[in-house]
Design a protein around this ligand. Structure first.
Ligand code: DOR
Ligand code: ZN
Length: 424
């Protein structure tokens, strides 16, 4: 006799408009259509939209001895889940950076005991990094690689970068690259910050790197912030919600709560980036939490970075509801393309797919830090609107419901090097 499903989500409106019952068994979708009874648990999603959980391929979960005051795996992934993200990919600019086997294993252990959702962990690209070792240990990808310096990231020189790229090509690994042109000068406010790290400079840096990348490895540009950069990109790339929904004009001139690398641009540049919407392959959050105290000090000394994993899908869905972009285009950018680039299996409404879903209401809500889960305790989107999920599943388990996040579905997404080295 076929086994009964563990969970059925009934009356779910799925992308494309069909209303279906989704039967889930052992973490996977079993059947989509009219539900067969007998599940341990049934959720009625009547009047709601059911979407695959998002894959955020660029987050900084912080943690460790030195940075847990900013965020931990627990608070960062609770924040992810409450925003409809069921897979996060952690960046390696931890303290110390993730350059070798032992720190990588420790990072996996920290994530395994803390994460509320699926996670991947990237390896660092620095002159002293053990790239082959990291790949064998399970790094999902490499980077963000600091081709330009940023908070907690020293720039790698061109010769060292070339050596690393060649090695990563040999491993058939993906490299992600933070690319900017940084000029010297006083950095006293948001306008100056955006001049020292300009959109045109970013585009020129992208173009220059494209020449280096033409021979491989597989590559992906992080957080492109201008439509000129989008046009210059020769490979896949991501754009961040803060460059689509925020501009310098929304902040006081020297308010470091708006300081991020690459910087927030002008309202005009923000609008130009929206005009490139169809060309954007991936949207990721670059969730980079810093404490309110750090962001409240002098602009020049404040670290760059904004929390954003919890607000990414809600802001995008609000834009869909407002008719600004299609739901299909959003799902491509936050589910399907990141999965294809990272070579992981995305959640989907087909038998056998991972059962990671988020169920959304029709009404947007006001975004308020009070309701968010990041340890940062503040959001640059305060007062804006977003559509937040009511229920989220991961690996077939309900992990978010009635404002509560539940532990138990965290699962490590290993890179292909792990499988190769452990199946020998
Ligand atoms: O603004 C940023 N913050 N950009 C980065 O590239 C790094 C990040 C961080 O880790 O704080
Ligand atoms: Zn980043």
């Amino acid at each position: 006799m076929p086994s009964a499903p563990d969970l059925i989500i009934r009356n779910a409106r799925i992308p494309g408009g069909r209303v279906v019952d989704i039967s889930i068994h052992e973490g996977r979708v079993k059947h989509v259509g009219a539900g067969v009874g007998g599940a341990e648990r049934t959720i009625d999603a009547q009047g709601h939209l059911c979407l695959p959980g998002a894959i955020d391929m660029h987050v900084h979960m912080r943690g460790g001895a030195r940075q847990s005051y900013k965020e931990t795996w627990a608070t960062g992934t609770m924040s992810a889940v409450a925003g409809g993200v069921t897979t996060v990919v952690d960046q390696p600019n931890t303290i110390p950076p993730l350059t070798g086997r032992e720190p990588f294993r420790e990072r996996v252990a920290e994530a395994t005991s803390g994460s509320y959702c699926r996670f991947g962990i990237n390896g660092a690209v620095t002159p002293d990094a053990d790239l082959a070792g990291l790949w064998e240990e399970g790094a999902l990808a490499f980077g963000e690689t600091f081709a330009a310096p940023s908070s907690y990231g020293e720039a790698i020189g061109e010769d060292d970068l070339k050596i690393c790229l060649e090695q990563l090509r040999g491993l058939d690994a993906l490299v992600t690259i933070h690319c900017e042109d940084v000029r010297d000068g006083r950095d006293l406010n948001l306008a100056m910050h955006s001049e020292l790290r300009s959109g045109t400079g970013e585009a020129a840096a992208v173009q220059k790197l494209c020449a280096l990348l033409s021979a491989g490895p597989r590559s992906h540009f992080c957080h492109l912030s201008s439509d000129a950069s989008v046009r210059a990109a020769c490979t896949s790339f991501e754009v961040m919600p803060h460059h689509l929904f925020l501009s310098q004009e929304l902040f006081a001139a020297d308010d470091a709560h708006g300081k991020v690398n690459p910087p927030l641009r002008t309202e005009q540049e923000r609008k130009a980036l929206w005009s490139a919407w169809e060309k954007i392959p991936v949207i990721a959050s670059d969730h980079a939490p810093h404490s309110d105290a750090e962001k409240s000090g002098l602009f020049e000394a404040a670290p760059a970075g904004l929390p954003g994993v919890e607000t990414m899908v809600p802001l995008l869905l609000r834009a869909v509801y407002a008719g600004r972009c299609s739901l299909a285009s959003v799902l491509q950018k936050v589910v399907m393309r990141p999965a294809a680039i990272l070579r992981i299996t995305p959640p989907a409404f087909t038998p056998g797919a991972p059962a990671d879903f988020a169920i959304y209401p029709k009404e947007p809500e006001k975004i308020s830090a009070e309701h968010l889960h990041s340890r940062a305790g503040w959001t640059p989107y305060e007062g804006m609107e977003g559509v937040f999920p009511r229920i989220v599943t991961c690996n077939g388990m309900v992990i978010y419901e009635q404002g509560q996040v539940m532990f138990g579905a965290g699962e490590w997404a290993r890179g292909q090097g792990y499988k190769r080295s452990h199946e020998k």
